[in-house]
Design a protein around this ligand. Structure first.
Ligand code: C2E
Ligand code: MG
Ligand code: MG
Length: 721
């Protein structure tokens, strides 16, 4: 801190030096602060208050002394009058004669302040009257103590007694008192001047004292606070030049202490926040492992840490826990989290320190490790990691969970000079491993990249196809096996992809582009378009007298990511098709995602009046118990069972069981992939309700289907032996 308190001699010397410097600094500032003092409002307020107080007190004193002063002047006039009259009185006058001759009286009146006088005996007998007549008349002894002042203040009448005159007379003298007011005025003027001078002096001294003892320290403290508020973390405030022993100096020291403490606190809070942000930004909170960002940073450091003039070769794997989502959904997130923590911990403790282990995504981990004599290639690392995870099950709440992994492997610099690319390539290899059935590892090769590029291109083209209306719908008829009637048609999407060939393009199989559309979400607008188009067609057929139910495929993504019920409702309204003539085909996968949403959505769809079928039945979720919970109308036996029914007993048994199961639940059963008369016969024997397949017709364009409808004679045997 900038203001430590020294307790040794050296410290004292240092402190003295500092104080001298501070004093010098403060002197150089004094001219500035002098200017500030005169501009300071608080100084002016205090000073004005003091000035006014002094003035008021003095004014009060003046008022009190003014009367005294007047009396004093009048007394002086009285004395002058007495000393003018007394010597003129005759010493030898007889009893009842005036002691003043007219001539003396005239002289007296013309040359002194005496304007007139009346002379009485001690018994108050008037002896003579001279000059201006007096207003006062002596009638009794009480009158002797009175004086009289004319209203205009020009004359003052007094009574002189024998004692005053040293003669046995009483004289009432009328004296000229013109000068009294003037003298009084002068007195007031002088006093006020003195008061003003005194007040000015006192206030000036006060102002200067205020400036040095109060204002300057306050301004210093204010400057400190402004500096601190501008840069609270690093306030550059000078040492206080004021004595810390008085209240203000002490306050300044205290404020400076607080400013420095605040700065320290802020620094601490900031560095703690930075640590926290760093942790959040670079570490996974669940496992405590680095996240993908930090992984790439560390991997990059490792990759460019050149030793012996060579960059190291590094194996990189990204790893995904197989069916983790199922565990999470069925057993709850606590179990999922515990497994993730367990995997992270096991990887970290089992792999050497030279390996970087990170959690790179929800159920994804990434590891990189320099190749060495112990680790020859990426494949070794993948096998090691796979073994670590699989070596024994993870125990959570006393239950064992056997975790398996899919792993993608790539190597730096063989699979990319940029660590980001190498990691991306490991991800591509991981996807390949997952596609090939999980619980395996796959090493990256350039072909993968090409396949990924091709997929992206296909997705772009598909998006254009949707916009340019290059998508069409083919229809494949469905028949009642018992009476041979056409009862429905499945709407199957076709994409005519234009190219430079002489045919102008070719049809791309939905099996190729539907999965890509599902992954990208593009299936939602595509599916909505198919439903609208198919319903329009159904309506057209309906109007021409063919009550044909149209079956539309709905993918899982469409089921969960869009408002399927709302859209179906508006399509029914827009096209006016009978809801009963529309069937939605969903696969068993929708029941695996979220059973509650699935139940609710199917019920709401059923309430709209549309029929519901489970497509590719038998290939998905093994438990059949859920079937009762759904409002469905039809099971569609997957074509693989029909194809193999005649050669494989298991598949025949499955097909047979599906028919029985459907009937036991009051559902219709339709078989697809019926290619031959033998298939048909098998299904008739098993009492299947409906059929669809190449034996009757491939999926065909709408106009061809129309012709098919016109030409079909209602007899299944017309399709040949
Ligand atoms: P899916 O719904 O099971 O459709 C039946 C598939 O079997 C169709 O293939 C059809 O051409 C084919 N097929 C019908 N009879 C026979 C037969 O006797 N033998 C053989 N080998 N195959 C037969 P397609 O048209 O290539 O469609 C493949 C899949 O693409 C469909 O399987 C369906 O899952 C999906 N798909 C087609 N159109 C759409 C659509 O509009 N939306 C959605 N979400 N998926 C669609
Ligand atoms: Mg289908
Ligand atoms: Mg199918």
């Amino acid at each position: 801190m900038a203001f430590g308190i020294g307790n040794t001699a050296t410290k004292n010397a240092g402190s003295l030096e500092r104080k001298t410097k501070a004093l010098a600094a403060s002197q150089s500032k004094s001219s500035k602060s002098a200017a500030k003092i005169w501009r300071s409002r608080i100084s002016w307020r205090i000073t004005s208050a003091v000035f006014l107080t002094i003035m008021t007190v003095q004014a009060a004193i003046l008022t009190l002394t003014l009367e005294q002063k007047e009396q004093q002047i009048l007394n002086e006039i009285q004395e002058v009058g007495r000393s003018s009259i007394a010597p003129t009185l005759d010493q030898t006058t007889k009893f009842l004669d005036s002691p003043l001759t007219q001539e003396k009286a005239n002289r007296l009146i013309s040359s002194t302040i005496v304007n007139g006088l009346v002379i009485y005996t001690t018994d108050l007998l008037p002896l003579g009257n001279y000059g201006e007549p007096a207003a006062m008349v002596m009638l009794d002894q009480d009158s002797l103590s009175k004086t009289y002042r004319s209203t205009d203040g020009s004359s003052y009448e007094v009574v002189y007694r024998p004692n005053d005159l040293a003669r046995p007379y009483i004289i009432v003298a009328r004296l000229n008192s013109d000068g009294v007011s003037k003298q009084l005025f002068q007195y007031v003027q002088q006093t006020i001047l003195i008061m003003l001078l005194m007040s000015a002096f006192v206030t000036t001294v006060l102002m200067i004292a205020l400036g040095y003892w109060l204002l300057e320290p306050i301004l210093f403290m204010r400057d400190n606070l402004i500096t601190a508020s501008r840069s609270p973390e690093n306030p550059k405030i000078p040492e206080s030049p004021f004595s810390p022993t008085d209240e203000i100096g002490g306050t300044i020291i205290l404020a400076q202490k607080l400013i420095h403490q605040n700065a320290e606190n802020m620094m601490q809070v900031r560095s703690a926040a930075e640590d926290k942000i760093h942790k959040l930004a670079y570490f996974d909170t669940l496992t405590g492992l680095p996240n993908r960002t930090l992984f790439i940073q560390k991997f990059t450091e490792m990759a460019f840490n050149v030793t012996d003039d060579k960059s190291p070769r590094i194996a990189v794997i990204t790893m995904d826990l197989d069916h983790f989502k199922d565990i999470n959904d069925s057993m709850g997130h606590n179990v999922g989290d515990a497994i993730l923590r367990g995997v992270g911990k096991r990887l970290r403790t089992s792999l050497p320190d030279s390996a970087i282990v990170a959690r790179s995504g929800e159920d994804e981990f990434a590891v990189c490790m320099p190749l060495s004599t112990d680790l020859n290639n990426g494949r070794d690392l993948a096998e090691k990691v796979s073994a670590i995870v699989k070596e024994e099950p993870f125990k959570v709440y006393n239950e064992n969970f056997q975790v398996r992994t899919s792993i993608g492997v790539s190597t730096f610099p063989d699979d990319g000079k940029d660590p980001n690319d190498v990691l991306k390539h490991a991800d591509i290899a991981l996807n390949r491993a997952k596609e090939e059935g999980r619980d395996r590892f796959k090493e990256y090769t350039e072909d993968f990249d090409k396949a990924v590029q091709a997929r992206f291109q296909l997705l772009r083209d598909l998006r254009d196809a949707l916009e340019n209306e290059d998508l069409t719908i083919f229809y494949q008829p469905q028949f009642d096996l018992r009476n041979g009637k056409i009862i429905g048609a499945e709407a199957l999407l076709r994409w005519f992809k234009k190219d430079d060939s002489k045919e102008g393009g070719k049809y791309i199989s939905p099996a190729e582009f539907i999965p890509i559309a599902e992954q990208s979400g593009l299936i939602v607008p595509i599916g909505e378009w198919v439903l609208l188009e198919a319903c329009r067609t159904a309506k057209k057929w309906q109007e021409s007298g063919h009550e044909i139910r149209i079956a539309v495929n709905v993918s899982g993504a469409q089921f969960f990511q869009s408002d399927l019920v709302g859209h179906t409702k508006s399509v029914l309204k827009e096209t006016g098709v009978t809801p009963h003539n529309v069937e939605l085909e969903v696969t068993e996968s929708v029941f695996m995602d979220d059973i509650t949403i699935a139940i609710n959505t199917l019920n709401e769809l059923h309430e709209l009046g549309v029929e519901l079928a489970i497509d590719d039945f038998g290939t998905g979720y093994s438990s059949l118990s859920y079937l009762r919970q759904f409002s469905i109308d039809r099971l569609k036996i997957d074509q693989s069972f029909i194809r193999n029914a005649l050669t494989n007993d298991d598949d025949a048994a499955i097909a047979r069981t599906i028919v029985k199961l459907g009937h036991s639940l009051n559902l219709k059963v339709i078989a697809e992939g019926v290619e031959t008369k033998e298939h048909e016969k098998f299904l008739i024997d098993e009492d299947c309700d409906e059929v669809q397949g190449f034996r009757y017709s491939k999926p065909i364009p709408q106009d061809e289907f129309w012709e098919f409808l016109q030409s079909y004679n209602g007899d299944l045997s017309s399709f040949g032996a």
